[in-house]
Design a protein around this ligand. Sequence first.
Ligand code: FAD
Length: 293
Amino acid sequence: MKPAPFEYFAPTTIGETLARLSEHGYEAKALAGGQSLIPMMNFRLAQPSVIVDINRVTELSYIRANEDGGLSIGAMARHNQVEHHPLIAERAPLIYEAMPHIGTVQVRNRGTFGGSIAHADPSAELAAVSVALEGSFLLRNHQNERWVPAEDFFVGLFASALEPDELLIEAKFPQLPARTGCAVVELSRRPHDFALVGVAVVLTLDNDDRCQNARLVFLSVGDGPVVAHQAGEMLKNQIFTQESMRKAAETAAQLDIDPGSDIHASAEFRRHLAKILAFRALEKAYGRAKGEV
Ligand code: FAD
């Protein structure tokens, strides 16, 4: 299939891009790495009449340290740039661990951080990881800008808080507290496939090795990233044992998520996977928080 006809613009600045998006509204789509948009256009699942190609907007392509100890990632940072940047490994080990799970090297050479977030695929690792890390996104139109917490950004299946005239500019992540461990664990049928189920965990220990905070965020079990609030609450102030982690994983799989069935997996199988993967992720994250792994 070939895409429906469209008008093509290739701005070189954010200002010019925002002017185009404002002019064309719902008719327009930003083109980032094209790894999701182009196939959708070829299948005519998307038929924008205007494409605003942001690949020449170099001011959107950065990874930088913030003074508060966190970091910012510009929307046009390519996946492979994020994957290999030393700051990511140092300040956002969860993102670092997630990157190789995203498609193939070829996909990561073109795909962008911002494209992955804006696309709001419920199977996207970066969506779940951004929610787990309590990140936030900077959205801008030709008049205003606003910060949206990652947890509020994903509002449904392939749906986000982005308005048609808004551009995602940046993702920002706070510094991780001391004694924090992270892990992302997933299962897919073949290497590089989208995950059948995945989970990102961020947990912090207090000085007595009790759980100060635990966030478990699943991918591929709902319309967007799903936060396992009940499992997180169960773990608070508890000592991590095999038993407490198993119970939390069970709660997450039975009470916090409501996965659907599709051609890839039944709901029942997804719950089963969720329980096992959550346990493994908790175990890994706990070990890392204690500095053991
Ligand atoms: P594009 O395809 O260019 O755009 C996607 C959408 O986001 C479009 O609607 C576009 O208008 C919008 N958009 C892009 N940038 C902005 C912006 N700055 N502001 C506002 N809107 C914007 N992803 C995973 O997470 N996990 C996987 O395992 C995985 N496997 C893949 C396997 C294959 C074979 C392929 C082809 C893709 C896979 N992907 C996977 C998707 C990949 O991560 C894409 O890079 C990502 O979904 C979209 O990023 P992109 O830069 O290509 O965006």
